[in-house]
Ligand binder design. Structure first.
Ligand SMILES: CC(=O)CC(=O)SCCNC(=O)CCNC(=O)[C@H](O)C(C)(C)COP(=O)(O)OP(=O)(O)OC[C@H]1O[C@@H](n2cnc3c(N)ncnc32)[C@H](O)[C@@H]1OP(=O)(O)O
Ligand SMILES: NC(=O)C1=CN([C@@H]2O[C@H](COP(=O)(O)OP(=O)(O)OC[C@H]3O[C@@H](n4cnc5c(N)ncnc54)[C@H](O)[C@@H]3O)[C@@H](O)[C@H]2O)C=CC1
Length: 280
């Protein structure tokens, strides 16, 4: 797989584009407005410049990577891509609309992957006439630094598609794991109830946000505390994950914390909006 389209120039889309570019692939990033593309392109340049400054890559390698990443507003440009990785917003109907269009645009052999955090791959695939070529390729944030990719089979994903993406994840330097479809898959099913619980601990006045984060960093050896991690992921994504797990299982233990809902309504989404539990 040499030519990859990434849908969404947001937090994940740009990280995923960087990973593919670093692995020598040609990447086309699509977003829906020029402002998002400008922002995404700026983030990519800054990240690669940091790597040059740290001596991890040369100026020449940076320029080579940048020359292989281009941007477009047209979904129709997916027509000659071998793999599409969708990293648009975490809303089932939006994802279904995107996959339906992609199915009409892409060549028959193109694999359509979603980076969804929790949504059913089977439901997304059902919007296409090629459900056997649809699966989850779930990267973790920040994608260039995190080694895991969950490769998720929908009910109708075939083995050839699964093996191609599993192999591709290895080729780009990640550690893939095979995951069967379930709300939240593996990591998020375990991680987000923990983040949700941290928010409830804060709501209950048991400790301050700083002390909750310090407790989990030094008491459980986590790299970041759960509230800082929620800010990194985005409160809107955290809420979407908890709502999917809660709705799909019907189990009240997954009910999203009210504070999380309130913060999303107020636009306090974390790092991407400049304020969440902390200010940025
Ligand atoms: C929501 C979902 O569906 C699933 C998810 O993603 S859940 C969230 C999963 N992510 C986590 O749990 C992240 C936990 N935090 C961490 O691992 C670390 O704190 C961190 C990687 C974010 C930062 O690590 P750190 O050691 O404190 O900082 P730093 O030394 O600056 O960064 C380490 C590396 O990550 C890279 N990095 C950090 N932030 C980055 C970013 N936003 N974009 C690209 N690369 C980044 C750095 O460039 C650095 O790379 P090198 O080793 O090549 O120099
Ligand atoms: N934030 C995180 O930590 C992680 C998020 N994810 C998943 O990745 C996806 C993207 O999340 P983020 O990057 O955090 O969101 P984000 O909000 O940072 O970026 C989403 C981008 O998609 C664009 N977009 C919206 N509709 C589009 C369309 N039809 N075509 C192309 N682009 C479109 C938006 O304009 C925006 O730039 C979601 O499904 C999320 O659940 C997965 C792993 C980690």
């Amino acid at each position: 797989m040499n030519k990859i389209m990434v849908l969404g120039a947001g937090t994940m889309g740009m990280g995923i584009a960087q990973v593919f570019a670093e692995a020598g692939k040609t990447v086309l990033v699509r977003d829906i407005a020029d402002a998002f593309i400008q922002r995404g392109e700026g983030v990519l340049k800054k990240n690669l410049e940091k790597k040059v400054a740290k001596g991890k890559i040369t100026e020449e390698q940076k320029n080579d990577m940048l020359s292989r990443v281009s941007f477009t507003l047209e979904l129709a440009d997916a027509k000659d891509c071998d793999l599409v990785v969708e990293a648009a917003i975490e809303v089932l109907d939006i994802k279904k609309g995107i996959f339906k269009e992609l199915d009409e645009i892409c060549k028959p052999e193109t694999i359509l992957a979603s980076n969804t955090s929790s949504i059913s791959i089977t439901a997304i695939a059902a919007a296409t006439k090629r459900p056997e070529k649809v699966l989850g390729m779930h990267f973790f944030n920040p994608a260039p630094a995190m080694k895991l990719v969950e490769v998720i089979r929908g009910a109708r994903t075939n083995d050839e598609t699964f093996q191609a993406v599993y192999g591709c994840a290895k080729e780009i330097g990640k550690n893939p794991v095979e995951v069967g479809e379930a709300p939240g898959f593996v990591v998020n099913r375990i991680l987000f109830p923990m983040i949700n619980e941290a928010i409830i601990v804060l709501e209950n006045g048991i400790a301050s946000k700083e002390d909750i984060d310090t407790a989990m960093m030094y008491g459980a050896n986590h790299k970041m505390g759960p509230l800082a991690l929620a800010d990194l992921v985005g409160l809107d994504i955290c809420l979407a994950i908890m709502e999917t797990i809660f709705t799909e299982t019907g189990d009240s233990k997954y009910r999203p914390a009210l504070t999380m809902k309130k913060m999303v309504r107020a636009g306090l989404l974390g790092q991407k909006t400049g304020e969440g539990f902390y200010k940025y």
